[in-house]
Design a protein around this ligand. Structure first.
Ligand SMILES: Nc1ncnc2c1ncn2[C@@H]1O[C@H](COP(=O)(O)OP(=O)(O)OP(=O)(O)O)[C@@H](O)[C@H]1O
Ligand SMILES: [Mg+2]
Length: 1019
């Protein structure tokens, strides 16, 4: 029985050392499942959790085995090597053959190895009786794998290793992938040889070898085992696990194709290779994972645009469901694989970021790039610099901005080859739009090489946006499923038809028989409209308010016939059971009543876990009707056969055209429905307004830099100086002309010139003590420079709203005099977000009767809510106790976690606050997770919320490694309400996270061992 040498080496590292090392690479802001939670008050939150995308049911992990299996192979090779390489006459090629031959006969030996994994550390146990067992794989699967030839099991990098030995004298051309792999193999084998790292342990374990001289002759510096070991390590890092022969071949073709594609793209030829310059494997992946066989014609045309191939910036606009994402993803893959640059993808909501991370992780694993999540309090600033793999950062608007700032600050902005912005019309969306504008303006100004691609379904004043982004424009009216728009007035349905005089054409009379009771309960005939489609097809009803959506769901279920209960009865009972376990024994009474009929409401008052369960049940057809608010329309992928707009209002405001488009755009499922229809319920009094609504053009997109000065213009000016992007008044003026506001400056009131507005902003910052320097006319001419003060730096680094930075400083300073550390109440008060105080109305009469500052009272009230939450870790009981909606409590928790992490960054910049650092780091973690500690590692995986984490934990999946190596079939079997597709996505996300963590550790080792070039006295 061979000794598990590599495993022993690794095992020798003490657990405390491992912990220390892990701690070193932890991001300052705790990485968290924050992103799974409700929208925070800074806007960085989801309107709703997104479901999984429409992936195919193909088993994309079928070819993979656990990486741990490789250790047994190493052991066998060591054994065989030891046995055969005694013979001095053996040549390299023969050695390879012998090894392979013996491996094949060594299958049985492999069966006697027993593996176990502890976090990222591989431990190989020798177990005499033990059968071969992967840490999570099904025994049956294991046996089946063992029946395969070991040669088939060889990862391709090992095969390459044999090939390499075969071709030792003639170094042939290497493709980028093998180049990368060789690089990583070499660097790792260096480490193996390095006495500081592994050699000591290896020498201890290896029997004294009399044939070492002959080996030297044969292999120059490395033994065959070293070759294999390093190849396997490189292989593991590349996340290419054991593969079949076909897979090896495919991989070889892939690397060759990437090489050719790179060359083609470099030569800017119009003929760009098999699949838009990408390997045909990419096409295969889109087919397997997304069910996409061919591209739509417009997608092809768009990708073939000459301007795109010349890497010009691009805006493209198509109706909802037009398939815009696919084009963006192909452009992203070109950048990552062919141009070898990092990519930033900006999406509007946390839930959508997570959906994308889950969806693209499998591409990352297959094609060898990293997918990094930047949402909620997840993400590292600056990002880890990867030596080999390229990174795709998927970020919310706010995190995207922080990421770009950190790249500019560390002079790495040029590493970013491409920035993709989905829902580009968000530029006009209040203070979040301002942050997006600031981000894009900074990229445009600091990195001429970074390409920007933006897309949207609802753009109007494209000219302004083109000018701002210096971009080309592509548009098309394509929609794969036709959308038929109707309005309903009383009992008549009219088709929206711009050709008719009043814009509407009679379509039909609604066919219904209502009792007088029902007529009273449902005067708008919602039941008649929905029963035309459900339960066979799905239906969404957009309602103006949260309360209304609950009422509609309740009303419809009350009057539906009993037969509706029979449809998918068991699944609906399961859903209620699931919701009950999520709510620690309680289910919302409305949902309890509506779900048996296949109906639910959906709005921001649900907890993340509830929302996710409801969305999944709707996607799976268990629920057929959701009564929802406008938040569901914002990008989440929950299409329906029929979309009903309960009234042309969102809250008290009349519907905007873009909102109307987004809501109606949910109708019609590509590839499933042949048609989609929307019906807007209109009261006679609103008829004219609705006429305008459906026929007017989309709203223009205007800059929001001046909307909320402290979040827009002033915060931009502060960071321009802080990042040294522009440090004189003149430079600042120049920069500002490149913003969307600069492009639209003629729309500003004539009272003040653009330059005067900028000057006012700078003066204000100087007054607040955030900037230093002069900006008078004289200074302007003499180009005197502006500098940032420590408080200014802390403010922009902590992304603190300028409106609160002074008060925050004062409160922290006061805290130094007497911070109460008996409990975390004082710290929690400091971390309670200022901007949420206006949303709180404490039921606290005694205090209100005193003459106290309302803002302080409100904030302290919220602090109590947080305090109770951290103690009880139960959103339901806390919301009951404080008489707040559970969605609000969840939102408060998310905002506080985000704010605590901002506070931490703020304190890091100010020496006097050093003491807060450690305290806030811990508090941020507590707020971020607010769950039992053992669930934290599982909740790091995108899309695993508390309820799912509990299930997984109870089923024995306790660490990231357990999930990354799980077998999808076993997972589905063991975890209730988990589809195969979801299981596979959880596994691929866990694999990606694990690989990212391992990379980070390796980068750190490299960095530590790097010999400085400036050692005194050594040239
Ligand atoms: N070529 C294609 N063949 C088949 N299905 C496709 C194709 N392209 C995209 N789809 C599918 O169409 C659906 C809608 O695509 P996508 O989400 O990209 O739309 P969109 O244009 O971004 O719409 P929205 O503006 O609503 O976000 C997705 O389920 C996607 O997988
Ligand atoms: Mg889209």
């Amino acid at each position: 029985m061979a000794e598990p040498k590599l495993a022993v080496c690794r095992k020798n590292r003490s657990s405390s050392e491992r912990k220390r090392r892990r701690a070193l690479v932890q991001p300052v802001a705790a990485s968290s499942p924050m992103a799974r939670k409700r929208p925070s008050s800074d806007g960085e939150g989801p309107p709703a959790e997104a479901p999984f995308s429409n992936d195919s049911e193909e088993d994309m992990f079928g070819d993979y085995d656990s990486f741990y299996g490789n250790d047994s192979l190493i052991a066998q090779v060591a054994d065989i090597e030891h046995k055969y390489l005694q013979d001095k006459n053996i040549d390299v090629k023969a050695a390879g053959e012998i090894v392979l031959g013996n491996l094949q006969s060594g299958v049985h030996q492999k069966e006697q190895d027993n593996f176990s994994a502890s976090q990222n550390v591989v431990v190989l146990k020798s177990d005499k009786e033990g059968a071969c067992q992967m840490c999570d794989s099904d025994p049956a699967d294991g046996n089946q794998e063992l029946a395969e030839s070991v040669l088939d099991d060889l990862p391709s990098s090992q095969l390459l290793c044999f090939e390499k030995m075969d071709e030792l004298p003639s170094a042939s051309r290497t493709s980028p992938i093998s180049e990368g792999r060789n690089e990583c193999v070499n660097s790792f084998s260096d480490k193996i040889r390095d006495p500081l790292s592994y050699a000591g342990a290896e020498h201890r374990d290896r029997p004294t070898d009399s044939s070492s001289r002959s080996k030297c002759v044969l292999f120059k510096s490395e033994s065959l085992k070293d070759h294999l070991k390093s190849a396997m390590t490189g292989n593991a890092r590349a996340q290419t696990l054991q593969v079949s022969k076909t897979k090896q071949l495919k991989e070889a073709v892939l690397s060759e194709e990437i090489f050719v594609a790179r060359k083609a793209i470099e030569s800017s030829s119009l003929d760009i290779g098999p699949f838009y310059g990408l390997p045909s494997k990419v096409k295969e992946l889109f087919r397997q994972l997304r069910g996409i066989e061919t591209l739509y014609e417009w997608q092809h045309d768009c990708l073939m645009l000459e301007s795109l191939q010349q890497r010009k910036n691009l805006i493209y606009s198509l109706p909802t469901s037009g398939g815009k994402t696919l084009v963006a993803e192909i452009i992203i893959l070109q950048e990552l694989l062919c141009r070898q640059k990092d990519v930033l993808m900006i999406l509007p909501y946390v839930a959508i970021v997570q959906e994308k991370v889950r969806g693209l992780s499998s591409f990352g694993i297959e094609l060898g790039f990293l997918v990094e999540e930047y949402a909620g309090s997840k993400g590292r600033f600056p990002p880890i610099k990867r030596r080999i793999k390229k990174s795709l950062y998927i970020a919310t608007i706010e995190k995207g901005h922080a990421l770009v700032n950190s790249l500019i600050e560390t002079e790495r902005i040029n590493d970013l080859g491409l920035v993709v912005v989905d829902e580009l019309h968000m530029l006009g969306a209040g203070s979040r739009g301002a942050v997006l504008e600031i981000t894009l303006a900074k990229i445009l100004y600091t990195s001429k090489k970074t390409q920007i691609v933006g897309m949207s379904a609802t753009l109007n004043n494209v000219g302004d946006l083109q000018k701002f982004l210096q971009a080309e424009y592509y548009t098309n009216n394509f929609r794969p499923v036709e959308l038929k728009e109707y309005i309903k007035i009383r009992d008549t349905i009219y088709a929206v038809d711009s050709k008719t005089q009043n814009g509407f054409a009679f379509s039909r009379l609604l066919n219904f028989k209502y009792s007088s009771n029902l007529e009273k309960a449902d005067p708008d005939h919602i039941i008649a409209l929905v029963t035309e489609v459900i339960p066979k097809y799905s239906c969404l009803i957009f309602c103006p308010t949260k309360k209304n959506s609950e009422n509609v769901a309740s009303m419809v279920s009350k009057y539906l016939k009993k037969e509706f209960r029979a449809h998918k009865e068991k699944e609906k009972q399961d859903l209620i059971k699931n919701l009950k376990s999520i709510g620690n024994g309680t289910v919302c009474p409305v949902l309890k009543q509506t779900i048996p009929f296949g109906i639910a409401y959906h709005h921001s008052g649900l907890t993340n876990d509830e929302r996710k369960s409801i969305e999944e049940a709707y996607s799976a057809g268990v629920l057929c009707l959701l009564a929802c608010t406008a938040t569901l329309a914002a990008g989440v992928n929950l299409p329906a056969r029929r979309v009903i707009l309960r009234a042309p209002y969102v809250g008290n405001d009349f519907l905007k055209k873009s909102q109307y488009k987004q809501m109606t755009g949910r109708a019609g499922r590509a590839g499933i429905d042949s048609a989609g229809e929307s019906i807007l319920i209109v009261q006679e009094k609103d008829k004219h307004l609705v006429q305008d609504l459906v026929h007017s053009p989309l709203e223009n997109c205007y800059s929001n830099l001046l909307l909320e000065l402290t979040k827009g213009m002033q915060s931009l000016l502060l960071s321009l100086v802080g990042l040294k992007i522009a440090v004189t008044h003149e430079e600042v003026d120049n920069f500002m002309c490149c913003t969307l506001l600069g492009v639209q400056q003629q729309l500003l009131s004539k009272e003040k010139s653009f330059s005067e507005i900028i000057k006012d902003g700078l003066e204000n910052l100087i007054e607040k003590g955030l900037l230093k320097g002069g900006i008078s006319e004289k200074d302007h001419n003499s180009k005197s420079t502006l500098t940032i003060t420590p408080l200014g730096k802390a403010t922009y680094k902590g992304s603190i709203d300028l409106a609160y930075c002074n008060i925050l400083y004062r409160e922290l300073k006061k805290g130094l005099e007497g911070l109460v550390l008996e409990s975390n109440l004082h710290l929690l008060y400091l971390s309670t977000p200022y901007d949420m105080t206006s949303t709180c109305s404490p039921d606290w009469m005694i205090y209100l009767r005193q003459n106290v500052d309302n803002a302080v009272v409100n904030r302290f009230y919220l602090t109590f809510v947080l305090y109770t939450l951290l103690k009880e870790t139960n959103i339901w009981s806390v919301s009951e106790k404080f008489n707040l909606s559970r969605g609000y409590v969840q939102n408060l928790l998310n905002s506080a976690a985000s704010f605590a992490s901002c506070l931490l960054h703020f304190c890091e910049e100010l020496e006097e606050f050093w003491v807060y650092k450690a305290l806030l780091m811990e508090l941020t973690k507590q707020l971020t997770y607010c769950v039992k500690t053992e669930l934290i590692p599982l909740m790091e995986v995108a899309g695993v919320l508390e309820a799912r984490a509990k299930q997984l934990y109870n089923a024995g999946y306790k660490t990231l490694a357990h999930l990354a190596n799980a077998n999808p079939e076993t997972l589905v079997r063991m975890i209730e309400h988990l589809s195969r597709r979801q299981a596979k996505q959880i596994i691929s996300s866990a694999k990606m996270l694990l690989s990212e963590k391992a990379e980070a550790l390796q980068e750190e080792v490299e960095e530590l061992l790097k010999v400085p070039t400036d050692i005194p006295g050594i040239h």
